[in-house]
Design a protein around this ligand. Structure first.
Ligand code: PLP
Length: 433
């Protein structure tokens, strides 16, 4: 019997270790930082060490730590001097910050549908959205899988566009042997607690090989002023913010970064193993990994397909039933983005900074409107997607093959062995709506 109907759950309460895994090495690193964090003098030693290590890991000339991924992405867009009147292409299925970093620079996001297999921005959809105002593409390595960079760079070269990599979900993944964080012309990554490289709390990392953009990013980081290696002039040159990272967060992330290659390998193995284990479980479609890339499964996205079980039921009710049944078995499946990003109220009401800026700014093309139905692949993903991963059902160590077998067993129980109970549950959800 399914656990939701009173049966015994497949996984017990402590089966899943939360992410990140905190080790004695991390504890020592934070305590060391505590001892050397006074007097306060920017840049703090622990911050500089994190930056140097991230630059080395990604093979980038410059890395700058920030206090969130959102801040690092804003630094990246602003560093290129993209601004009023410019348009930037953004995948319609992503986390909001991939698009708001464009608004933060007073430019206009233009959304592009994603690929139905990789779930990253669809290169074949890009060119029809390019206008004379288009300056850049935000390439998001969604779920932990790098975007299709060969195709993206070819389009960028042809149209003279900048590629900003949003690597917030994919530290440790590679594309043709190269590290996430180095796959565009600049990158912003997140160190948020749940992310594959975690500062436990909040943090972000900016990278580029371009010296001028590096200098611009430093100004955006700190009041528009110039501080590093110089006597502070207290003279702001441009608009800047305060995006500096906490030194204890830097020390924790630096310590985690030591283990990133090993942790990423475990993540990839776990996710690939589970995907393979689910090939004989109809009703949920596991992710696939294209040749030449590695996937680190920040999220393990599954698309529910009642059609594959021969069930003529609403997809929504089926997804509710799978989610509820799996959660009762101890597998915390969840929904993620509920709609294409352009469907969010921010893009429907377009209030922006007030009075509709930046859309109504005199430099911008007038008449921008956002239609969430113009992105059918994203719409379908939002209807069908359930995810594992993040912090509460992590694919990172110490979770390993035993847990993956537990997840697989639960899917098998719900979708194969007790399919009749699932169908009955689906009917209950369908009529409750
Ligand atoms: C988490 C995330 C961000 C934002 O990072 P924060 O550190 O939370 O500000 C940006 N883009 C994507 C795709 C993310 O998942």
């Amino acid at each position: 019997m399914l656990a939701i109907n009173g049966g015994t759950p497949v996984l017990d309460e402590n089966a899943i270790a939360p992410w990140p895994e905190v080790t004695d090495a991390d504890r020592e690193a934070v305590l060391r930082a505590l001892d050397r964090s006074t007097p306060w003098r920017w840049p703090m030693t622990d911050v500089q060490e994190l930056e140097a290590a991230w630059a080395e890991h990604t093979g980038s000339r410059f890395a700058v730590a920030a206090n969130s991924g959102t801040a690092a992405l804003h630094m990246a867009v602003a560093a290129t001097t993209i601004g009023p009147g410019d348009e930037v292409l953004v995948p319609a299925d992503t986390f909001l910050a991939s698009a708001t970093c464009v608004l933060q620079a007073n430019a206009v996001p233009v959304f592009v549908d994603v690929d139905p297999v990789t779930y990253t921005i669809d290169p074949s959809e890009i060119e029809r959205h390019i206008t004379p105002r288009t300056r850049a593409i935000i390439a998001v390595d969604l779920n932990g899988l790098p975007a299709d960079y060969d195709a993206l760079h070819a389009i960028a070269r042809k149209h003279n566009l900048i590629i900003v990599e949003d690597g917030a979900q994919a530290h440790g993944a590679t594309y043709r042997g190269r590290a996430v964080g180095s796959l565009g012309d600049l990158a912003g990554c997140s160190l948020n607690g749940s992310k594959c490289l975690s500062a436990l709390s909040e943090g972000g990392l900016f990278t580029t090989n371009n010296e001028e953009w590096h200098q611009n990013a430093l100004r955006v980081l700190m009041f528009g002023d110039e501080i590093r290696g110089k006597t502070r002039a207290y003279n702001a040159r441009i608009m800047g913010w305060n995006y500096r990272l906490h030194s204890l967060a830097a020390a924790f992330a630096r310590s985690q970064l030591e283990r990133l290659p090993a942790m990423s390998e475990v993540r990839s193995e776990n996710g690939n193993y589970l995907a393979k284990s689910l090939t004989d479980v109809p009703g949920v479609r596991p992710p696939t990994v294209p040749e030449g890339s590695t996937h680190v499964y920040f999220f393990f996205p599954l698309m529910v397909e009642p059609e594959a079980l021969g069930l003529d039921v609403p997809v929504d009710a089926f997804r509710c039933a799978v989610k509820a049944a799996m959660r009762a078995e101890g597998v915390p499946l969840d929904e993620w983005q509920r709609m294409p990003v352009p469907g969010q109220t921010l893009f429907q009401e377009m209030r922006g900074y007030g009075r509709g800026c930046p859309w109504t700014c005199g430099h911008a093309a007038q008449g921008t409107r956002y239609d969430p139905d113009a992105y059918p692949v994203t719409r379908d993903i939002c209807r069908r997607r359930l995810v594992l991963g993040s912090s509460t059902s992590s694919f990172g160590p110490p979770n390993g093959v035993d847990l993956m077998n537990g997840y697989a067993e639960a899917f098998h129980k719900v979708l194969v062995e007790h399919r009749a109970e699932l169908a009955e549950l689906t009917t209950r959800f369908a009529t409750a709506h």
